[in-house]
Design a protein around this ligand. Structure first.
Ligand SMILES: Cc1ncc(C[n+]2csc(CCOP(=O)(O)OP(=O)(O)O)c2C)c(N)n1
Ligand SMILES: [Mg+2]
Length: 587
């Protein structure tokens, strides 16, 4: 035991140092200045952003690319409130972020003082653990607890610190939290899984985000190869299995791979590894209701709360994906020691992939002068260097890219996932780039989403020299929502047009970044390569076609319905042209 006398702020900062924290994202505030003042000498880089939401997205992405808990901090009240949305994104991404929120001084809590808000209540539903420091002497202990719990439960934790508790003395020992693993879960469940998979006619592995975040790729590959089981990426996790592997069929879910959907449709046993089997990842797509309802499902996840949550599963294990995959292969080999590769299945996978590649190529071959978004996506993804990290936003183009983005390593596809918030990509890309300065990092988003966050955060990237490459698919509309109006509201565009977008390339230049405007698909690849080579923050303003001719099918077709009104004033709105594609389901 090595207890030392220190101040509460020293205890806080030294605990971050012990946890290996090198970067903290946030915006300066008087509430935590006593701690902030120590950052430079502690070796912690403070990245000062334009809006706290980006700080929390950056911490989330840094955690996702490094596998270690990361930190953001803000002024109490309005600063902390700006974390709420991004923290929820991290919550659903199972990303370990320690959100530090100072609050009103302890003598003023509840009196309606300056910048006061019940932060414990505000962050309750999107944290896996919350604690209010109730004495300065407990600063190290409770800060450490937030790291423990972020790792334990793979999610954001909330450290709430009355601002006066950054002052005061304590005598304490500083130490790091150990490595934590859930192990393989119950042996009996593992044996059942091995039996199901060895008896299967057509086993398929659904590789979830846990394969990436749990470093389980090698084990997954070995399992897939031994079983000759095709591997499907779960929705928005294109990096959980190498796209170049002969058993890879790509992602299921919105705008995913038809090859993946046709393949999983054939499964009689599915091993969902590191996967919460979220409802949106299984919705019918391209008019294919592909989820095999009779298949037996084995679900493995580190988070026991998601086991069996959204569907009936046959075997459930609360386990670490990497350790589980290794043990499962051993158990399978005990039952079937000399399983030979299934050449027929491999050939089928090859054929499905070929058919899908041909189809997507056809969809992406437009030579229109105004760039077709799919042509743009084809050229863009053709120029993204191997090993790059791509953060993806929410929108029609951000979804269309799902069928083009290919990775061969984990921790490369950083998506907004099920929080589904526009404005995710740029902040996340900054965090990813800090974690992986060696990799090219792209932030992909539409023009609407870019206006929400990227546009102002360029200032951060320039100031802090974080050379991310923003790609703005600029169609002058909130395209994803417009598509609902095309299909269900007879092309009445209320609130979805974005006329008069500025030239984001020129704006980027004014703000100190590099800007490229691209209008011809023939130029896309050269521009992307130039941006990568520049080593500077770049913005590529890609002018692409929008509107009903090119927008991909709507995401929430399942949740919309044909308009029916009763007041005469609105009756004319019920007339929807029969050709409206979204109405097909109701005819
Ligand atoms: C914070 C937030 N606000 C609103 C929405 C609803 N929404 C979903 S997609 C979308 C349109 C995105 O437009 P844009 O970024 O231009 O991309 P596009 O669809 O045109 O490719 C909107 C507004 C959302 N998901 N998140
Ligand atoms: Mg748009």
């Amino acid at each position: 035991m090595n207890k030392l006398k220190m101040t509460a702020s020293e205890a806080f900062v030294e605990t971050l140092v012990a946890e290996g924290v090198e970067t903290v994202f946030g915006i300066v505030g008087s509430a935590y200045m006593e701690a902030l003042d120590l950052f430079p000498d502690a070796g912690i880089r403070f990245v000062s952003v334009a809006h706290e939401q980006a700080a929390c997205h950056a911490a989330d992405a840094l955690a996702r690319v490094t596998g270690k808990p990361q930190v953001c901090i803000a002024q109490n009240g309005p600063g902390a409130a700006n974390f709420v949305s991004a923290m929820t994104a991290a919550y659903w991404a199972h990303s370990p972020v320690v959100v530090v929120a100072p609050e009103t001084g302890s003598m003023g809590i509840g009196t309606g003082g300056f910048q006061e808000l019940d932060q414990m209540a505000m962050f309750e539903t999107q944290s896996v653990y919350q604690v209010r420091v109730n004495r300065p002497e407990r600063m190290a202990e409770l800060t450490r607890r937030c790291f423990y719990m972020a790792k334990n439960e793979n999610g954001p934790t909330h450290l709430n610190i009355p601002r006066d508790y950054f002052f005061g003395d304590c005598t304490d020992e500083i130490y790091a939290t150990p490595f934590i693993s859930r192990g393989i879960g119950s042996r009996e469940s593992l044996r059942q899984a091995a039996k199901l998979l060895t008896d299967a006619e057509y086993p398929v592995i659904l590789a979830g985000g846990g394969v990436s975040q749990g470093n389980a790729l090698e084990g997954t590959r070995a399992l897939a190869e031994y079983l000759s089981a095709p591997v499907v990426n779960s929705y928005l996790h294109n990096d959980t299995f190498p796209s170049g592997h002969p058993l890879s069929v790509g992602p299921i879910g919105y705008c995913g791979s038809k090859s993946a959907m046709r393949t999983i449709a054939k499964a009689d046993v599915i091993l969902a590894l590191g996967c919460r089997l979220g409802p949106f990842g299984k919705l019918p797509q391209y008019d294919m209701d592909y989820w095999p309802k009779d298949a037996k499902v084995i679900q493995v996840d580190v988070n026991h709360r998601v086991l069996g949550l959204s569907m009936r599963v046959d075997v459930a294990s609360c386990a670490d994906a990497r350790e589980y995959a290794g043990e499962l292969l051993e158990a399978i080999k005990e039952i079937k020691p000399d399983l030979q590769p299934n050449a027929e299945r491999l050939a089928e996978v090859e054929k499905e992939n070929r058919i899908w590649a041909e189809e997507i190529k056809q969809w992406s071959s437009s030579t229109n002068k105004l760039m077709h978004p799919r042509r743009f996506l084809r050229e863009l993804t053709g120029a993204i260097p191997e090993g790059s990290i791509v953060t993806t936003d929410i929108g029609n183009n951000s979804s269309m890219i799902n069928s083009y983005l290919k990775f061969n390593g984990i921790r490369q596809h950083i998506a907004a996932l099920s929080w589904g918030n526009c404005g995710f990509a740029y902040g996340a890309a900054m965090g990813a780039k800090i974690g992986r300065p060696d990799a090219a990092v792209f932030a992909f988003q539409g023009d609407g989403a870019y206006g929400m966050s990227g546009l102002s955060e360029i200032m951060t990237a320039v100031r802090e020299n974080i050379p991310v490459i923003a790609i703005v698919a600029n169609n002058s509309e909130w395209g994803a929502e417009k598509k609902n109006q095309v299909d269900f509201y007879d092309n009445r565009y209320v609130g979805t047009n974005l006329p008069g977008n500025p030239d984001y390339a020129k704006l980027a230049e004014i703000m100190g970044a590099r800007g490229y405007k691209v209008e011809d698909y023939n130029d896309v690849q050269d521009i992307v390569r130039e941006a990568v080579a520049s080593g500077k923050p770049c913005v590529i303003n890609a002018i692409v076609q929008g509107g009903k001719e090119v927008l991909a099918e709507p995401f929430r077709r399942d949740a919309l319905r044909k308009p029916v009104h009763y007041l005469p004033k609105y009756a004319h709105l019920d007339v929807v042209s029969p050709s409206s594609p979204g109405l097909a389901a109701y005819n």
